[in-house]
Design a protein around this ligand. Structure first.
Ligand SMILES: [Zn+2]
Length: 637
């Protein structure tokens, strides 16, 4: 509840003084005056560039006045009578016929703040109605106009409402889209070029800024022991987990960056592990944050002592519930660390099969812990985190893999994610950090999270209306389409939740919502897709769509066609001979090549290769029947 109160003081405010008179700005001629600092200050530099770019898109044949008297926008200067920005703030203010933009633009080795730039975005959004529904120019939604009236005294202030505000950008960065194992598994005609990947990476980061994401508290977190195999497999294997075959560690594997080496678990019941963690922490200068987030996947230690720390139910799967051993381990780390630095914050995940509340153990120093919680989309996250709060959990941010989704259908989980975010907000989360695969199938979901992070008080209906405005006069039909998808997706989620609670996450290696693909395919029938195409066909029948609006509707149409054929492909394997099945695969690849520009997905690599989305289908047929698509000079048809 307290978080709700705090929220009222943060977020974005656009205010108009009641006594104000309005002044008119001619956007065709309005001049931008950039303070000298705009040439060196990155935030101010981008503020000038973005303001000019958007004004040129909004006003016809914009040609700014040359004379200094034509100045209307002042970038990088505090408005007369106003105060300097304090930390993290962004400001825009109309005074005496001019609009001033300023903010906290400081930077360090660890962060860049964007106060002035965010002030500009606030003006573009609140006064000129600009929306950013996707990365790059195709995601800019605006209404052309030549003039606008602004009340004197109009002001905008932004302060990041969450301490942690993050939709991870690394997945959009070139090295991630261009990872060889993904590229090599993608048919040549669908591979993303270096240039396009690089441009997309920049556009993605820029989109996050346009949405005004800014983390206030930089927490050290993430898999903390990925180098322990290299460090200890040969010299001190007793620190590492005992596997099913009686081995501890994999000497020499680190160089190959094998999953086993990266995902190595520790023998958490061994006191020497705690000592080594403390030694490392002291050597690094006893940071305020002591990150002990376990490595990814399973591979938990099977030694007798670690097993004795588990609190299994009789007959339970070895991987099903690992919380108790970890809570006991975390308590040990906390005890030793607190003796050295009482205000230490120990950061760890509630993830995988240690996200469930402990059965026997209790957190002994809850105030010294900060949890990075990773609910799965079939979880009831409120029930899960509520139980942890009852056990003393004080501080947490939510770091789901919800947006790591590699399947073909448009997913339709935006309202569920909206409600999940709101529940966590009411529960006191300090923010969100979303891992993701940046694909157009999740656009509505990205936009929902993206807007909530900057303005948590928005209603779903507002976010929906903003999102649908990208389709111009076809918005009503597109609303009908997205509602159809959402209702089916929500029903599919409930069905998956009831049918196999948590089973998949125990069977497979990583708790990752890309495993949600099964529910995603079974939620939509061929007849559903046919109906969707009818709705989108009606949307395309609007004669007054702009070129961009038509492109956006058509993108959805192409995604439906791809999902429909992919569904056929996914289900065909179980009922066909391999050779016949390969022909469905051929049909699908050809269709994807045909729809490539319409869908404009940079992540085909994740679709083909991302485990477990489609790899288990292609591996049957790829090399034997469809080799030509993977040859350097693959035919387009
Ligand atoms: Zn052990």
């Amino acid at each position: 509840m307290e978080a709700g109160k705090k929220m009222a003081m943060a977020g974005a405010y656009a205010m108009m003084a009641t006594f104000a008179f309005a002044f008119e700005i001619d956007l065709r001629t309005a001049r931008i005056e950039a303070m000298p600092s705009c040439t060196t200050n990155e935030s101010q530099k981008q503020a000038v560039r973005e303001l000019e770019k958007h004004l040129s898109m909004i006003a016809q044949k914009r040609k700014p006045a040359k004379a200094p008297s034509g100045v209307v926008f002042v970038v990088g200067k505090v408005a007369p009578g106003c105060k300097e920005a304090s930390a993290h703030e962004a400001h825009a203010q109309a005074v005496g016929g001019k609009i001033y933009f300023w903010g906290d633009d400081s930077r360090s080795r660890f962060y860049q703040r964007w106060g002035t730039l965010y002030g500009v975005y606030g003006f573009l959004e609140k006064v000129l109605g600009v929306k950013w529904v996707w990365a790059g120019d195709k995601g800019i939604v605006l209404t052309p106009r030549n003039t606008v009236e602004v009340p004197d005294g109009w002001s905008y202030r932004f302060y990041p409402p969450l301490e942690v505000s993050n939709i991870a950008e690394y997945t959009a960065r070139p090295y991630s889209l261009l990872r060889p194992r993904l590229v090599e598994y993608t048919p040549v005609a669908l591979r993303v070029s270096d240039d396009r990947a690089r441009t997309f990476g920049h556009e993605w980061s820029q989109w996050m800024r346009r949405l005004r994401h800014q983390t206030r508290t930089h927490v050290t977190s993430g898999h903390a022991f990925t180098d322990w195999n290299r460090r200890f497999a040969e010299t001190r294997p007793e620190l590492l987990a005992l596997d099913e075959k009686g081995r501890r560690g994999y000497p020499g594997e680190h160089e190959k960056d094998s999953d086993r080496a990266r995902w190595i678990k520790l023998c958490v019941s061994n006191p020497a592990v705690v000592d080594q963690i403390i030694t490392d922490w002291c050597a690094g200068g006893t940071n305020r944050y002591l990150n002990i987030c376990p490595n990814d996947a399973y591979g938990f230690c099977r030694c007798e002592n670690c097993r004795a720390w588990d609190a299994d139910k009789p007959g339970e799967d070895f991987n099903a519930h690992k919380t108790d051993r970890y809570v006991r381990f975390w308590n040990r780390v906390a005890e030793k660390a607190c003796a050295i630095r009482p205000d230490v914050t120990i950061v760890t995940y509630l993830y995988s099969s240690y996200r469930f509340p402990p059965r026997r153990e209790r957190l002994q120093r809850p105030e010294n812990f900060l949890f990075s919680t990773v609910p799965e989309s079939r979880d009831d996250s409120e029930q899960l985190l509520g139980a942890w709060r009852k056990l003393g959990m004080k501080r947490y941010f939510v770091r789901p893999n919800y947006l790591c989704y590699c399947a073909a259908p448009v997913r339709g989980m935006e309202r569920f994610f909206y409600e999940d975010f709101k529940r966590n907000l009411a529960g006191g989360m300090m923010g969100v950090s979303e891992d993701n695969t940046p694909r157009p199938q999740e656009q509505f979901e990205f936009y929902t999270f993206g807007r909530l992070i900057a303005e948590p008080d928005l209603s779903f209906e507002t976010i929906e209306a903003e999102f649908l405005s990208q389709y111009g006069s076809a918005a009503p039909e597109m609303k009908e389409y997205f509602t159809r998808v959402r209702l089916r997706a929500e029903a599919g989620r409930l069905k998956a939740k009831e049918a196999k609670p948590y089973k998949q996450s125990v069977d497979t290696k990583i708790l990752d919502d890309s495993q949600y693909y099964g529910a995603a395919y079974s939620a939509h029938t061929d007849a559903d897709y046919a109906g969707d195409l009818d709705v989108v066909g009606r949307a395309l029948a609007h004669a007054d769509l702009s070129e961009m609006e038509r492109w956006r509707v058509n993108r959805v149409r192409a995604m439906i066609e791809n999902a429909r054929l992919t569904r056929k492909f996914i289900y065909a394997r179980d009922s066909m001979k391999t050779r016949e099945f390969a022909e469905v695969g051929r049909e699908l690849i050809l269709k994807r090549i045909e729809l490539k520009d319409a869908i404009d997905d940079k992540c085909w690599g994740s679709t083909f290769r991302g485990y477990p989305s489609e790899i288990r289908w292609w591996m049957w047929i790829k090399d034997k029947y469809l080799k030509e698509f993977w040859e350097p000079s693959a035919p387009a048809k």
